[in-house]
Design a binder for this molecule. Structure first.
Ligand code: NIG
Ligand code: FE
Length: 413
């Protein structure tokens, strides 16, 4: 099945060979071709170049799209979400408007524990149906790959239930999906005075079963004030590593928790959130293989300080962007809005934000050889925009939907 997209005003994020990531000043460079074509065959990117060279595909293509005035991007890679959940939490949203803090709500059994109670009482079928709808929703925002975490189960049965839902989503959805075990999302009420008891449940019961069934690619811990300590986080990462699970850590959202440093020490694939980042965290990340991943729509929704993206890039670091789509801190998976926030609130240039949500977020899911750019041999997960003059238009028009057509594995959605 050959699909030719011709007359493309600008083909964005092209690569001759997959790179690992883009960092520091290089994040300002976004390779593009003006007046381009893209040829997709059997679900993969087969060729691309100047529109003058598209003729050779006109006769062999099964379908030709004329993209005059429009741009073509690789789909976003959303490397941090919690889209398997049972219910929205707008009651807490109103509580926060009235002045309650996110942590106060959590301490009273709201927050993650509230979601866990609801999820425990919800069937696998219902969870699957709702999560599938959310994936379909974000697909039309341009997301072509997504990481999904457990962490609203918090019991043996329900954590496994969540991970089985994620496994089923992989068969149902054309998106590339990675799965993360986040049993260490919060300490359940019944273990409030027995943290070790919950650690034992996580490490001795849940983890071996999850590994046995091959239900997770990664392991995650909410390492922050009021949740899991640095020592507990280290223990969980070590246990995960024994089963071949790399870590992706929730770190430094609420405090300078030490989560970044402990994540780097344990070769975490990514450390995510990073609203509380200073020189020590930047120093720890420099020279590491860990991708700092920023989630500005969480800072937006919870009214937190934004992560110091400019300072991090000026120090030479790479940055990835992701949504954190979840019912508590980020009830949205709209990546174009994440890019707008990155530009407006963290002063990232549009080119930097696009690099962060494509190549770098692909790395944060170990997908840099498959996705994240327009590169021959990579999966044909791309989107065509509405007519626009420059890539800056995408984050600039923060409330508009500028995505015209989404193509996943070479198939129009
Ligand atoms: O990434 N910070 C920890 N976990 C989620 C929010 C969980 C919730 O409030 O339901 C997050 O923001
Ligand atoms: Fe999260």
């Amino acid at each position: 099945m050959g699909l030719l997209i011709k007359n493309i005003k600008q083909l964005v994020q092209i690569e001759d060979a997959p790179k690992k990531w883009v960092c520091g000043e290089d994040m300002q460079i976004l390779p593009t071709i003006d007046q381009a074509f893209l040829y997709i065959n059997d679900g993969l990117i087969a060729d691309f170049g100047h529109n003058d060279d598209a003729k050779k595909y006109l006769t062999v293509a099964d379908e030709v799209i004329d993209a005059e005035g429009k741009m073509v991007f690789p789909c976003w890679c959303d490397s941090h979400t919690h889209i398997v959940y049972a219910a929205s939490r707008e009651g807490e949203f109103v509580d926060r408007i009235k002045g309650l803090a996110y942590e106060e709500i959590a301490k009273k059994g709201g927050g993650i524990l509230n979601s866990a109670k609801r999820l425990q009482a919800t069937s696998e079928e219902e969870l699957l149906r709702d999560a599938y709808e959310r994936i379909e929703e974000v697909k039309y925002f341009g997301t072509g790959a997504i990481e999904i975490k457990s962490g609203y189960g918090l019991t043996y049965e329900s954590e496994l239930k969540m991970l089985r839902v994620i496994k089923k989503l992989r068969n149902l959805s054309p998106l590339t999906i990675k799965s993360t075990f986040l049993g260490a999302h919060a300490i359940p009420m019944e273990y409030k005075n027995n943290r070790q008891g919950y650690m034992d449940l996580l490490l001795q019961k849940m983890l071996p079963q999850i590994a046995d069934e091959g239900l997770a690619d990664y392991i995650d811990v909410f390492c922050d004030r009021g949740f899991f300590t640095v020592e507990e986080t280290a223990q969980i990462m070590e246990a995960g590593a024994k089963y071949g699970l790399k870590a992706k850590i929730h770190a430094n959202e609420l405090d300078y928790s030490g989560g970044v440093q402990i994540g780097v020490q344990h070769h975490a694939l990514s450390v995510d959130h990073l609203e509380c980042v200073g020189d020590a965290e930047i120093e720890a990340l420099l020279g590491s293989q860990t991708m700092p991943t920023l989630l500005p729509s969480t800072a937006f929704f919870l009214n937190l300080e934004y992560a110091p993206a400019r300072k991090m890039m000026e120090a030479g670091l790479p940055i990835a962007l992701a949504s954190d789509y979840n019912p508590g801190s980020t009830p949205s998976g709209r990546l174009p809005f994440v890019l707008s926030l990155a530009c407006i609130k963290m002063r990232m240039l549009p080119e930097e934000a696009i690099n962060a949500a494509t190549i770098n977020s692909a790395y944060a899911m170990e997908l840099q050889n498959e996705l994240g750019s327009i590169c021959k041999g990579k999966k044909a997960n791309v989107f065509i925009t509405k007519p626009m003059h420059s890539v800056a238009r995408l984050p600039y028009s923060f409330g508009s939907d500028l995505i015209d057509t989404v193509i996943i594995n070479g198939i129009k959605q």
